[in-house]
Design a protein around this ligand. Structure first.
Ligand SMILES: NC(=O)c1ccc[n+]([C@@H]2O[C@H](COP(=O)([O-])OP(=O)(O)OC[C@H]3O[C@@H](n4cnc5c(N)ncnc54)[C@H](O)[C@@H]3O)[C@@H](O)[C@H]2O)c1
Length: 433
């Protein structure tokens, strides 16, 4: 198999292989399939492969179940545990950090290795996984060249970061501006040809290392901005200022846009990607490093605040509402809510956790509730850690009928003080002394 060259860069992708069928790879594979291109979806996790082959999904994302069914029904999507020959290979495997805060590129390397036996002249390989600067050139290209083919001369190679918002992945994968960085112009143009299959947003072409930097810069920018909001919350607590009011007023300045403080920064992107820059150039990234530390400290601050409000936490019956790293999703990776929960367990609190998007997701020493009613039973304090829509919409008067708890603690700015106080609760909100 090889790409059919219609003209110099009018390529026709007759088959695509997507490696990694997680939050990014699965929607990508399905979207290509529903746009008429045969896709071989590959995952090394046999459970995921068997599950998908039998119509079971291992992740939650709005609309994904329907999309996977359409892709399967179209006959264009098949799921395997190994790659097959294809015109284009897309790598969307995890790139976590190690305990030492270094990029763990093992999955990227093993995915690239698994392509080698199938790589042919004229193929395009695209790395989508968020990666440290120069990964495409210095890590992926040398592995693929073990096939005997030369990157640029024999096969094309590009980096295209995924910039979707969990919860809106299916829309954003199509509508967002897409960045494609080629190791040369031909690779970038081939990437554009490939993603034009379904992308309706602009497609911006650049080189591979710039595209890698773009992704890291976007998430680092977010991390630093959240860090300053978190630091403002601490300062406001110390000075007896309501940080929410102060931020709202400051944001009336035409050139100020302060983000919301919260219990910390999580997920496998914003809390991870800045470390890739720090690791690659520690001598010139003090701001990036410090912002990471500020945000990583926030869960400890939450526990400190709880101790100030409740005294000793030992045997206190606290119900944790929300465990995911952000609102309205089921993803618990690097979640500050999980970190806080573990810190509370260390304080010997008697915890109940309730994560409506993943009721069985917590495996520590806490009672995992499967419904709000169950979560509210036998509890003395409510701790809101994730602003899920269903939590924000809770009516404190109704809640007061369902629980004996009369303490409500809001660490993400989702509840209104007056409403909870009127319903008889002692209320505390982060940054609102
Ligand atoms: N999830 C997001 O919202 C998001 C957004 C932007 C960027 N990213 C980046 O995209 C990449 C993928 O993230 P994700 O959230 O989809 O991860 P994920 O953990 O949900 O899925 C990755 C999948 O890859 C599989 N895998 C691991 N090694 C493999 C290999 N050698 N061959 C085939 N499959 C393999 C795993 O079993 C897993 O199912 C990461 O670099 C992440 O940082 C994710």
């Amino acid at each position: 198999m090889g790409i059919v060259f219609m003209e110099e860069l009018a390529l026709k992708f007759q088959k695509i292989c997507v490696l990694g069928l997680g939050y990014i790879g699965l929607p990508t594979a399905c979207t290509f399939a529903t746009h008429g291109i045969p896709v071989c979806g590959v995952d090394i996790n046999q459970e995921i492969v068997h599950g998908l082959q039998n119509g079971h999904l291992h992740i939650y994302e709005p609309g994904l179940r329907t999309l996977v069914k359409s892709a399967m029904d179209s006959g264009n999507l098949s799921v395997h545990d190994q790659p097959e020959p294809a015109d284009a290979f897309i790598i969307s495997v995890p790139t976590p950090i190690t305990k030492e805060k270094n990029a763990d590129l093992e999955a990227v390397k093993s995915a690239a290795h698994s392509i080698i036996p199938h790589l042919q002249k004229g193929n395009l390989v695209v790395l989508e996984s968020t990666s440290p600067p120069r990964t495409t050139l210095d890590v992926v290209a040398p592995i693929l060249e073990k096939s005997g083919l030369k990157a640029g001369a024999d096969f094309m190679l590009a980096y295209s970061p995924e910039r979707v918002l969990p919860g809106k992945i299916l829309e954003e994968i199509i509508q967002n501006t897409r960045v494609i960085g080629g190791i040369d112009e031909r690779s970038a143009a081939a990437g554009k040809e490939l993603y034009s299959t379904f992308v309706t947003g602009d497609i911006l072409l650049t080189n591979a290392t710039t595209a890698e930097m773009v992704k890291l810069m976007e998430n680092t920018y977010r991390d630093i901005n959240i860090a300053i909001a978190n630091e403002f919350a601490l300062l406001a607590d110390r000075f007896g200022v309501d940080v929410w009011e102060a931020i709202a007023i400051a944001n009336r300045h035409p050139r100020v846009n302060i983000l919301k403080p919260g219990p910390g920064v999580g997920g496998h992107c914003i809390s991870v990607d800045p470390w890739f820059l720090v690791e690659a150039a520690p001598d010139i990234s003090p701001l990036v490093h410090t912002a990471r530390e500020v945000n990583d400290h926030q869960p400890y601050y939450v526990v400190e605040i709880l101790k100030k409000k409740l005294g000793s936490l030992a045997d206190r019956k606290i119900t944790v509402l929300g465990l995911s790293y952000k609102a309205n999703i089921d993803d618990l990776r690097e979640s500050p809510a999980i970190e806080i929960t573990n810190l509370l367990i260390q304080e010997q609190a008697a915890l109940t956790v309730y994560e409506p998007y993943k009721p069985d997701g917590f495996h520590g020493n806490a009672r995992a509730a499967t419904s709000l009613q169950e979560a509210l039973q036998d509890c003395e304090a409510l701790l809101l850690l994730v602003a899920h829509q269903q939590f924000i919409a809770l009516d404190p008067h109704e809640i007061s009928q369902l629980t004996k708890a009369r303490i409500a603690v809001d660490m993400c700015g989702g509840w209104q003080r007056k409403e909870w106080e009127n319903a008889g609760f002692h209320f505390y909100k982060l940054g609102q002394p």
